[in-house]
Design a protein around this ligand. Sequence first.
Ligand SMILES: NC(=O)c1ccc[n+]([C@@H]2O[C@H](COP(=O)([O-])OP(=O)(O)OC[C@H]3O[C@@H](n4cnc5c(N)ncnc54)[C@H](O)[C@@H]3O)[C@@H](O)[C@H]2O)c1
Length: 386
Amino acid sequence: MGQVNVGLIGYKFMGKAHSNAYKSVGMFFPLKNRVVMKAICGRDETAVRKAAETWGWGSYETDWKKLIKRPDIDVIDVATPGNLHPDMSIAAARAGKHVICEKPLANSLAEARAMQKAVDKAGVKNMVFFNYRRVPAVSFARQMIREGKLGDIYHFRTAYLQDWIVDPEFPLVWRLDKKIAGSGALGDIGAHITDLALFLIGEISEVVADLKTFIKKRPLLESGSAFFARKKTGPPQYGTVTVDDAAAFLARFKNGALGTFEATRFATGRKNANQFEIYGSRGALRFDLESLNELHFYSKDEAAPEQGFKRILVTEASHPYISAWWPPGHIIGYEHTFTNALSDFFRSLETDQPVSPDFREGVRVQAVLDAVEKSAQRGKWVRVVP
Ligand SMILES: NC(=O)c1ccc[n+]([C@@H]2O[C@H](COP(=O)([O-])OP(=O)(O)OC[C@H]3O[C@@H](n4cnc5c(N)ncnc54)[C@H](O)[C@@H]3O)[C@@H](O)[C@H]2O)c1
């Protein structure tokens, strides 16, 4: 058995989700090569050492450039904020490493294109962590659409709803800073539903959009403080929110379908509701990430009076990814989507087949986000130019 050595940059939210997936991928999926958690990287030595020890990484680095130069690393995984994705991914590709990068691929279309160029030139494998494609119910929805179970698609309705910044006193974290995050709800959760739209329905040709920032000033964070910690010393100081709190847009798909998209962090009471509804000439599908093992299907082929939406529990061995996990009805969760994604990536290394979504597909998502921003500025329909 050979081995693939991984170096991961970032040790917080996604750092933990990815570490868990590296740990479990070889245990559940039949891979030819052993996945070795070689090194994890972060700037705070105490914290990154603790992450390495707790999660089982063999070593740690405090300088990402050093990590990328290490000859004992085959794959670099970028799990840092968007402003760092281009430099880290391009440097990794130039060093001949395969690259996995978190979403959105970059903070701008130009940067995303530069990243694609770099991986293409280096001839290295590349993947964007659009993990929601790897929810078995979502992959199965695509399979059903491709088999014609829905007929011609008329409507794709999607909403990604969260509420974690509804409190106006919630602090100015990096996700609310355009220089770091690129955009707000749009690039963070809007990128996910855009990727699902391209995955399930197909290319988007044009969009008309609005972006909204409800709370424009927020308390500053103590420098270097934890994610949710407020500045505690002295009177509260406020800084400016430079990204959108919510994004809404209409999309025209190349195949004639009509799309409606909402991405918001102001949907009071909704925690992580990544939802879609698809209506076609022969049937319909409904999905909500908060019940991720379920897909709701309506078929026009069924006769009345039993006709109606039925719940498919997507936990059968015949469903995508499930045979690697548990017996029917033994449900899976959020973390499994990362492991499923990595199984595709490592298999692509072994078979030298393309992996999806790669940076080229990441650029396509970015092109939609770019058109959304331009449309919101101009107040009219804007063509998507990938
Ligand atoms: N796929 C998903 O479902 C999903 C979910 C959340 C976040 N994300 C994406 O993952 C990325 C990271 O988000 P997160 O939630 O993990 O953020 P986070 O704030 O929890 O973690 C960011 C990490 O980046 C590290 N970092 C920042 N600057 C660095 C530098 N110069 N050198 C080395 N490390 C540095 C930080 O130390 C931290 O470990 C973002 O692109 C985000 O959009 C994806």
